[in-house]
Design a binder for this molecule. Structure first.
Ligand SMILES: C[S@@+](CC[C@H](N)C(=O)[O-])C[C@H]1O[C@@H](n2cnc3c(N)ncnc32)[C@H](O)[C@@H]1O
Length: 409
């Protein structure tokens, strides 16, 4: 952390711990051309620099993963693409390191976060808007109702609903889109904290003790931190942000233009993003069940081995479409992991590699990634015995290079 920013500590294959060797053997990955061990440094708060700490997006990777890949495989002015961008960690790092960037996702919450986390807005505009929102705000018995939630009172106290309704109305009256976006993102970042759902797990579990009646104090505190981060963002570059299902081919204009593609899909049987963010989506006006058909077929909650083929079908298409974005010779970094189902190791990565062998993506290296702090480790998110279900294993970063000449793939 010489310049104060957390980094990835890269170690060689000879530094692997014995349990990690066993894990790689079990995964069928020991014969990769090169193996490294990656460990992200820095605590949660050290990783929350710039706009990274705006929203707790479960399953995000720590910023040093993106900055390491950007430093290693691109130079200033190059284009980076993240077609499953989640909370835009890649986008923020591209902005800070002067790279052009394309961000895509199917989830509207993710697109809102991507816009807010990468767009500078002056603190003067934000402070003036804050005063307007404060004057307008008052708890309301009627008005906005969150969409698509079967039982709002199951997740929110009546007082919280009144408070959220009033705040939503006060924010929606703002006319400037970029200012309204900032307030909407902060509003979204308060929802879990004031609801009756636990905040420590991605999945929604009820815990009435965590509920907060009045949203305003939390909203006010958060806006201060976010204003400061947003108003200091570099203003000279803006990513292209659009809603897109990675299983659909890229537009002609988006092809062969990126030097680096970072692909971080939902894992088989880990998080369904439209579900774990359903409270925030509902209060922002998006029905999570409408987003579900666009999401990759992972098997959250109902993981069965026989479902793996559907996930692999989607991942094969995703990789092929992501590779379309790469210029020949460019690098694709895929973050993915194996799974444990009913105590049994289920290979995900090796069968995916078999499916794409002989295509234009040539595997160069596998890094075993040791999850730390900022990552909401999925086993913890499940409240289940880690031996029975889940990705209780370390994650991998697979580095592919796109061959210069087309092959049959
Ligand atoms: C593991 S998260 C990415 C997290 C991100 N790297 C970050 O740091 O915040 C996976 C993302 O894939 C998105 N996703 C799921 N299915 C998709 C699809 N078919 N096309 C594009 N994005 C999809 C989810 O909405 C989710 O935001």
């Amino acid at each position: 952390m010489e310049d104060g920013k957390p980094k990835i500590r890269v170690q060689e294959q000879s530094d692997l711990k014995s349990a990690e060797r066993v894990q790689l053997q079990r995964a069928g990955l020991m014969n990769a051309p090169r193996i490294e061990r990656w460990c992200a440094t820095g605590t949660n708060s050290q990783n929350a620099y710039a706009t990274h700490g705006l929203f707790r997006y479960f399953g995000k990777f720590p910023p040093p993963v993106a900055s390491h890949l950007i430093d290693e495989y691109t130079k200033p002015g190059d284009r980076v693409s993240d077609p499953m961008c989640g909370s835009a960690t890649t986008g923020v790092e591209c902005l800070l390191s002067d790279r052009d960037c394309d961000l895509r996702d199917v989830n509207p919450l993710s697109l809102l976060l991507a816009r807010v986390k990468t767009r500078r807005v002056s603190s003067r505009a934000l402070s003036a808007a804050f005063e307007r929102v404060r004057k307008r705000y008052h708890p309301m018995d009627h008005g906005y109702e969150p969409v698509g939630l079967r039982d709002v009172s199951h997740w929110f106290l009546p007082e919280t609903q009144r408070s959220l309704r009033g705040l939503k109305a006060a924010i929606d009256a703002e006319s400037r889109a970029e200012v309204k976006d900032v307030f909407s993102a902060v509003f979204a970042s308060c929802i879990r904290k004031v609801s009756k759902a636990t905040t420590q797990q991605g999945r929604l579990f009820l815990d009435e003790r965590t509920a907060v009646e009045d949203v305003w104090p939390l909203f006010e505190r958060k806006t201060k931190a976010v204003f400061s981060a947003v108003s200091k963002l570099p203003a000279h570059k803006r990513p292209r942000i659009e809603q897109h299902d990675i299983r659909q081919p890229m537009d002609e204009a988006a092809r062969s233009c990126a030097s680096l593609v970072i692909l971080h899909p939902p894992y088989f049987n880990a998080y369904r993003y439209s579900r774990i963010n359903s409270l925030e989506l509902a209060w922002l006006g998006f029905e999570s069940r409408n987003i579900r058909p666009w999401e990759l077929r992972e098997y959250f909650k109902v993981g069965k081995e026989e479902n793996l083929h559907a996930y692999l079908d989607d991942m094969e298409t995703a990789l092929s479409n992501a590779a379309q974005q790469l210029a020949p010779g460019g690098v694709l970094a895929l973050m993915i992991g194996d799974t444990v189902l009913h105590g049994k190791h289920l290979r995900v990565v090796a069968p995916l590699l078999d499916r794409i062998s002989g295509r234009r993506l040539i595997l160069k290296k596998i890094a075993i990634r040791i999850p730390r702090y900022a990552e909401a480790h999925w086993v913890a998110s499940q409240r289940r015995d880690s031996k029975k279900l889940g990705t209780a294993l370390s994650d991998y970063v697979l580095i592919f290079r796109k061959s210069e000449r087309p092959t049959h793939g």
